[in-house]
Every structure is written in structure tokens, then in C-alpha cells.
Design a protein around this ligand. Sequence first.
Ligand SMILES: [Zn+2]
Length: 616
Amino acid sequence: MSVVLQAWKDGLRPDPQIGVDEWRNKYRYLSESGASEHGKLDSNRTPYTIEIAEHLSPQSPTQQVFVCKGVQVAITELGNDFLFTYAHLYSRPMMGVLPTKPLLEDHVKSKVWSGVNASPVLKNEVFYPIKQGSTKTSSTLKMVMRKSGTTLNWRWAESKSTYASVTYGAILASDVDRWPDDVEGEGDPISLLQKRLDTFGIRKKFFCESSPTKRRNSKIYAESMYGDRNYYNMKCPTCAEYIKFSEENFVYEYDKESYELLSDVIYRCPHNDCIIKEYEKTEMMALENGAKWIPENPNFRNPLRKTYFLPSYYSPWKSWFDVFTEYLIALGEKEKYGKTKKIKVWYNTIDGSVYDDESEKEVQTTLDQLLQRREEYTKVPEDVVLLSAGVDTQGNRFEVSVYGWVNDRERYLIAHYIVTGDPKDPTTQKLLDDLLFKKLFECENGGAMKIFTSAIDTGGDKTQHVYNYVLRRYKNHRLFAVKGGKSIDDPIVKDFSIIKTKKNRPLKLYILGVNSAKDDIISDVEEQFGTRYIHFPHNIQKFYEGVVMEHDMSDEAFLNQFLQETKDEEGRWKNELKRRNEALDCAVYASAAVKCVKGLDLDKLAKLGKRAFYKR
Ligand SMILES: [Zn+2]
């Protein structure tokens, strides 16, 4: 073998040093405050974590690991050990991300630093302590490694700076179902984080874990379904067939009135009805007794991505008795009082699964129906009288929905556009101009239409820039500045007020009755046919010349944005989970755009057969 080839092969050879599992058994001590147990860590207590730890090790080619989990299964601790191993032996810049600042600060204090202080190697050789007189010191959220001077940064998901263009070699993304969907308009935070690892190429490591939430919105569920989907399987002590713990095979008796457990909880082997008692669990789970992860989607095409499902039934710290006592309390609340909050939490945090209650099932059905009733039209349909546009202003883009109105209520969504760029930037504004004032929309029976009227949102932090944008254009175009109002029952457009902008020029600002507009739109979206109906096309998001195709959105994701809000007791629509809902806002503004035009009567135009064609 040539010298060059040998050198190249040596370079590819895995690092002879140890992996995450061996490292933690050798060096890791648990602090009294930070864990369910203290003293030297022994990963045989949680044998299901061993394979996951191996995939997180530099010796494994795996680049992404996702765990959809219940509570108390030692995955959070594994996340820390993952970073500690690299800090000790494979120095590289790293980041740990939790949902919010308070959650992060608590985690770093009670789990991370306490773990460092309890483990002599970490304390004396790996990290600088927080307070030290010399120039090299760590701070609470920035841990500096002694040998290399590189850092382990702790950040929270809600902060935009977490995603700034810094290079990392390993990232821990923790509790991701409590993360926002979109960080200040920059996009999906999980994808943004993964981009930060690109420089590390095949050596990069991304570890993402969480308990799930509801099906439509759960990040960890979606990410984990997209993978080889491993479940921990053990040999049944009686018949030796492989089984995994799942809710439907637990057996117990309970009082149907008080919902109290009346018996022990046992597991019934689904192959031969063998009875398994909880004390047998530890032995069954041990690797030497044949327990192993089995992928349920083994043909998944990306071998560098591993996904795991891990409910709390496997936890050494949570007895089945406790697990099902909690279940019965939640079940009682649901069956006796119709309250589903606790049962939802139980499924999410113990079963580690998504849970759809009745109302959520209805929403899912509506979404499925919306997807199914999409229609085949690419041009403006024959009976459309005119086009209006609703523009939502976001931190780094405009979102624009164009609707074709058949009458006062029935309309076709023609397309949705995402104009990427800072709204105050002239290039972004020029792109918006082209769309709103110049673009020709071909009609089905020949001819073309331009957008007849537009309304643009002035809320958020770009208010003055949007005012100026409108001021420079409204004389030549039907372009209206709008803002959501607080009234519950005002009509969508009641009146405008004249405001003075910063440059002391007067501007008409329409305060919208957003709540009643949403009443109409949400009921029209859910309508299956008739005159109060919104038609949707296939491939809703369209692109046009000059627009950066950065935000790619599926029809499902777009239609889901209509279904994120619920009504509170006063009758006010609320986006409680702060999910993306630009589709709904754009629909409100597109309706407002029509109402802002004085004397415009769509029903009358429709009856007269008048259509706003563009004369070339
Ligand atoms: Zn059996």
C-alpha cells in the first residue's frame, strides 16, 4: 500500500478513544441534587440508552439522533453526557438548546454544573470553573474547555441569536416540542440549527429529544416518524418471543366509580398471553438477556439518521403502579367531567405519544377534508369578478395571499406568495410592488387580471416602514394600511382613522374587526360547498420571478394555518400556542382590501356579469 493511501486510510480510521457510553461509566458521577440517583453512573440501569449513546459517539457514522420519549428515562442526562464526552476527549465547539431562558438556566444550574462539580475529571481537567481570577473563565451559560479554549454554549430556542451563523460540531436540541415553530420569521428552528453543523461534514452530531404534543404540531413526533423508528424489544421471560412495552397490553383492575387501582399492574405478552410482573422488567431489559432496539421502518433510506420511541414504562424510577394510577386519575377526569387535559398530558409525557382528543380529531378531519377538496385550477376561474390581495408583514418577509372573488363571500384562493427579505429593504419592497401592481394573472377563458385592491398589515415592529411604503403608493394604487383591532363584534371594516406618520404626513389607517372577520373566514374554510365557500387549488404556494425560494411550504402546512386558533370564553379567537397562522391573517386582509374600496359591491358586479379584466 502506498504511503499516501495508508495516510488517507489512517485519517478515516475511527478515533481509538472511547465512546459516550464508556466515557460516562468511567468518568461520570451524579450529583445529589441533579438526578434520581447519585454516585457513579451505571448505564446498565438504563440499558436502552446504551445503543443511543453509541450512535452519539464519534466512532459511529450516525449524524442525527431523534428520541420521542416519556419522562424519567434518563435521556436528558444522556444529552449532557454526550456533550461532556466531546468536551473531554474530542474538543469541538458545541451548543445545548432548551426552550426558554428560565428552563435553560434551571437546567444548566441543576443538571449541568452540578454534574460537572460531582465528576472530578470534568471539574478539574475539562472545564474552567465559573469564578476564577485568571483570564480564562467560564460563565453560567458559556463553558470554556481548558485544553482547547473552545466553548460549550447554552442557549434558548426563543432567541434569534441562537441560530446566528456560528459553526458547531455537536448540538443538543432538548425539549423541542416546547420550541416556537418559527423564530421571529426566520423559519423552522430545528432545520436552522442543523445548518450550523454543516462545516463539520460527516463528523457532525445532532441530538434532538422531547416528549411529544399533539399530532398536527409535534416536532419530535414528525422528526421521529421520519426515520427508522426503533422500539426497545425484550424477550418474554416465559415464551422468549420479542415484546415491547405498549399501553394496550398492561392489565389491571380498577374501581369504575373512584378510578382507583384495585390490583397490581402486570404485562400480558401479546404472543402467548404470558404474565409478566414488574420485578421481571430489569432482567428482561438487560442487553445480555437479548434485549435490543428493533427498527419498525428498517428500509428508511438514510442510515445516518436514527429515530427512537421510548415511553416511561421502561423507566427504572417510575413503577407501573404509579404510571397507571396517574392514568386512571386522568381517565376519571375525562369520563366523569369531559376534561381531557390530564389524559393528553399523560399520553404525551408517559406513553411518549401524540394524543388527539375529540376536538383535535375534528380539526384533523377538517384538515384532511381541506386537503381532499383542493381543486385543479391554475388560472383565474371563469366566474371570478376581481382579485384582492392580503399582505402580512413579518420580520424577514411579506406573505401575500391572492383571492379571486365570485361574490361577496365565495372566493378562490389563487395563490400564496412568500416575498423573502426585510420589509424595510427597498429590494423587498420592489418585489412586493411587482406582485401587487404589475403581475398579470391569466384567466381561464382568456384575458388577464391584475390585483384590483390590496391591504397590508402595519402591526409588528415594521410599522413606520409599512406606513412609508403605503404613503408612496396609495395615490396611484388601491393599497390600504390596516391594523387588527380589539373589538369582538365590529364588522371587518367599519371606519378608518387619520394618523400622522413620523414624517408628519397624514395616512388613512383602517382598524379591522379581526374577530368577526375570523368568524366568517373560519366558518367559510370549514364549509364544504355553497355560496359561502373558499376554493383551494393544488400547489398553493407559487413563486414568481425575483423571489428567493427560501421558504418552501406544503399545502398541508398552509391549510393547517387556518386551524390553529380556538375561541376563548368571551368569544375571542386566540392563537394560544403561538403557531404559524399567516394564511388566516392574509385571508382577513384580503377580505378587508375589498371592503376598504368605497362603493364596491361584489354581489352587484357578479349579477351584472362585470369582471375587472386588465386591458393590455
Ligand atoms: Zn410470552
